[in-house]
Ligand binder design. Structure first.
Ligand SMILES: NC(=O)c1ccc[n+]([C@@H]2O[C@H](COP(=O)([O-])OP(=O)(O)OC[C@H]3O[C@@H](n4cnc5c(N)ncnc54)[C@H](O)[C@@H]3O)[C@@H](O)[C@H]2O)c1
Ligand SMILES: [Zn+2]
Ligand SMILES: [Zn+2]
Length: 351
């Protein structure tokens, strides 16, 4: 088959590799019908994730059709259309049993991490992928849900919802600010309404992204290149600040921004992946009674989100801005890597 192979920092190729095979009886082989690229894949290509070995097939998002199942797979069948979750879970370890498969203990020797596709094992940017613990790691797609909507449930929608909205404890009436209007921040904006946020303020440096945010559930948009951004945000609350500030960028500046605009008693929910240390100004923050949360997505809410997508209550397909075929993978990466110019949100790559 063909796949996108990582050859060290700055190097990748769409090339011939051996077809994946069933290794464990709990495995399935999935023919990829649609996949997409995540900001994390760009981090890997920069060399920011040293655990990714040369020769690894990248990608942790995808939908496809089961072509083979191991002997122990009972609840899925060849021919099923499925979402491949970015988190692989054994279903039996102590973390899986406390609904935290992000830290699954039983992954191919990778103790304590559920994200293994395109990281510790071969991923989804390929014609076929081997899925360990298939019954727990795949979700059957109901009729009427398109591939391009379903693929947003592999990673971005559960991430924005679980690590942003749910960790942020959004309640009815809350004013929520989301810093960073990329696919993950937009997912938090789209799902903040599920818990009755009264106002959702999108904050970004890119006016195009802010314009898109208004179609993803943001009621207001603030460009933080303007020096007045703090006052603009405060004026959208009762003057005290927002109830929940969601960080969806992953740089020290935007984490600080969250702590500046959160009201006393509020929550800062960090979603961004940070590569550099962030200074925690505890000398100013201790008195504010705030909570700060972090997390790696567990994708335990994927079935619920999928139901809402099937009911047309979450327009997941709206993230798709550019379409490619699998053998145009290199062009797809180029378009996604130049998102500021190309205005790409998610590129959908189909067979
Ligand atoms: N916690 C998890 O489980 C998890 C899962 C997936 C992704 N992530 C992380 O979530 C973050 C967002 O992902 P994404 O794919 O949406 O990223 P993205 O790069 O597509 O979007 C980031 C947005 O932030 C904006 N931005 C950049 N610098 C800014 C600044 N200083 N002030 C305001 N806005 C700024 C950009 O204009 C862009 O719109 C990344 O750090 C990603 O690695 C976390
Ligand atoms: Zn991702
Ligand atoms: Zn487990």
């Amino acid at each position: 088959m063909k796949a996108l192979v990582y050859h060290g920092p700055g190097n990748k190729a769409w090339e011939d590799v051996p077809d994946p095979k069933i290794v464990d009886p709990t495995d399935a082989i999935v023919r990829i019908d649609a996949t997409t690229i995540c900001g994390t894949d760009l981090h890997i290509l920069k060399g920011d994730v040293p655990a990714v070995a040369r020769g690894r097939i990248l990608g942790h998002e995808g939908v496809g059709t089961i072509t083979q199942i191991g002997d122990a797979v009972g609840r899925l069948a060849v021919g099923d259309r499925v979402i491949v979750s970015c988190i692989t879970s054994c279903g039996a370890c102590s973390y899986c049993r406390q609904q935290l498969p992000a830290h699954c203990l039983d992954e191919e020797g990778a103790v304590g991490i559920g994200w293994i596709f395109g990281h510790l094992i071969d991923g989804t940017q390929a014609e076929y992928v081997r899925v360990p613990f298939a019954e727990n790691s795949l979700h059957r797609i109901p009729a009427g849900v398109s591939d391009e909507a379903a693929v947003m449930l592999s990673d971005i929608l559960p991430t924005g919802f679980e690590i942003g909205v749910r960790n942020g404890r959004v309640k009815p009436g809350d004013v929520v600010a989301v810093i960073g209007a990329g696919p993950v921040g937009l997912s938090a904006m789209m799902t903040a309404g599920l818990y009755g946020a009264s106002r959702v303020i999108a904050i970004d440096l890119d006016d195009n992204r802010l314009g898109q945010a208004r179609t993803f559930g943001a009621t207001d948009a603030v460009n933080n290149a303007r020096t007045s951004w703090r006052d603009e945000v405060r004026a959208m609350t009762d003057g005290l600040g927002v109830d929940v500030a969601i960080e969806a960028v992953g740089v020290p500046q935007t984490f600080d921004m969250c702590t500046e605009i959160v009201r006393p008693g509020g929550t800062v929910a960090n979603v961004g992946v940070h590569g550099k240390p962030v200074e925690l100004k505890l000398q100013d923050l201790w008195i504010k009674d705030i909570a700060i949360t972090t997390g790696l997505v567990s994708t335990t809410t994927t079935p619920m989100l999928l139901k809402l997508v099937a009911q047309k209550k979450l327009p997941a397909e709206r993230f798709a801005t550019h379409w490619f075929k699998l053998d145009e993978m290199m062009e797809a990466y180029d378009t996604f890597a130049r998102a500021a110019e190309t205005k790409a949100l998610k590129v959908v790559i189909t067979r």
